[in-house]
Design a protein around this ligand. Structure first.
Ligand SMILES: NC(=O)c1ccc[n+]([C@@H]2O[C@H](COP(=O)([O-])OP(=O)(O)OC[C@H]3O[C@@H](n4cnc5c(N)ncnc54)[C@H](O)[C@@H]3O)[C@@H](O)[C@H]2O)c1
Length: 309
């Protein structure tokens, strides 16, 4: 099958390519390498990588017209500078519009989108049901919400997966790589007083596989274990993994641009997809840390504006 993956050089994109390229699919990637890395994409038969932006209307239109993909997996997102509203809007809104228009013009059968839980803003309750109101308040959340709405209302067959924190190869965002790197370097850490849900990459790829291959109605779906864990629990797992004597670690209130509890309720997805996460929190974090032991941590990004240390 021909698959177009905008943002394919990123964390999720490269794991998707690792799985689907060896199965004989032909994959086209468009990436500007803002957070993804060219060297993560092998120069092998079946994979074409174009450097450029999803915000470039003519380029997206030309690529989709020439490649004629059956499936588009939209994995491009801007988030690394929370004050750069223009960049977030160009990539997350205009980019999504460009992809939707090109798909409509070329009869693309299915478009799978990835959405951040920040689209729910500060939720009224957790776990957050799929019916909860979208009320984003950060540049990333606002622009991703607008992009998702354009896609869901485009008339295309769109499945938008609203994701927990996916853990797996090349993860370079969030508390796990931060604690791992800082503790190894003998640096101080702090834990924000917050709760997150963590999902293993294999579980994510299982959901994606169902989205790709089964008849799933157009709509948005929460993808999560449904179980929240505190940032302090993540810290404790890293300390244990590194065989350290637990250092003192301050627990600080969440920053003004952060959300205290983000735990998605996956029950609607579990029923519709006939899927359930296989890995629990401890297994997921352990797999992630073993990956860092083997391959290391590269750059660490955050979409939060609050000072990191
Ligand atoms: N990984 C997660 O836990 C998670 C959670 C929620 C949502 N998401 C969503 O999943 C998608 C993939 O995220 P990821 O974790 O792989 O992040 P990532 O930063 O590793 O990947 C995003 C990719 O998009 C590329 N990109 C940025 N701006 C671009 C542009 N203008 N044109 C083309 N490419 C551009 C980046 O270079 C990068 O390769 C994003 O839409 C993100 O919002 C991910």
């Amino acid at each position: 099958m021909k698959i177009f993956i905008p943002g394919g050089a990123g964390c999720l994109g490269t794991s998707i390519i690792d799985k689907y390229l060896p199965l004989g699919n032909e994959i086209l990637v468009l990436d500007n390498f803002a957070t993804g890395k060219k060297q993560n994409l092998p120069q092998i038969k079946g994979l074409t990588v174009i450097e450029g932006s999803v915000a470039n209307t003519e380029l997206v239109s030309k690529l989709v017209k020439e490649f004629q993909p059956k499936l588009v997996i939209h994995s491009a997102a801007a988030y690394k500078d929370p004050s750069n509203w223009k960049e977030d809007t160009e990539t997350n809104v205009i980019g999504s519009i460009n992809i939707a228009k090109a798909c409509l013009e070329n009869g693309v059968e299915k478009l799978i989108n990835f959405q951040t839980a920040l689209n729910y803003g500060r939720p009224d309750k957790t776990p957050i049901p799929i019916t909860a109101t979208s009320k984003p308040f950060t540049s990333y959340g606002i622009s991703k919400t607008a992009g998702e709405q354009f896609l869901l209302n485009s008339g295309l067959n769109v499945i938008s997966l609203r994701l927990a924190n996916i853990c797996g190869p090349r993860l370079a965002i969030g508390p796990i790589p931060t604690f791992y790197t800082r503790l190894k370097d003998g640096k101080n850490c702090f834990c924000s007083d917050s709760l997150r849900d963590f999902l293993d990459m294999e579980d994510f790829l299982d959901v994606l596989d169902i989205a790709m291959n089964k008849e799933i109605p157009t709509g948005a779906y929460n993808v999560s274990t449904g179980v929240g864990s505190s940032i302090k629990e993540v810290f404790d797992c890293v300390v244990e993994h590194l065989n350290m004597i637990a250092p003192e670690v301050p627990i600080v209130p969440v920053g003004a641009d952060d959300v205290k509890e983000v735990v998605l309720d996956p029950s609607h997805t579990e029923k519709t997809f006939n899927w359930k996460a296989k890995y629990n929190f401890k297994q997921t974090i352990k797999k992630q840390l073993e990956w860092y032991d083997a391959y290391g941590v590269t750059d660490i990004f955050s979409h939060l504006a609050a000072p990191k240390s």
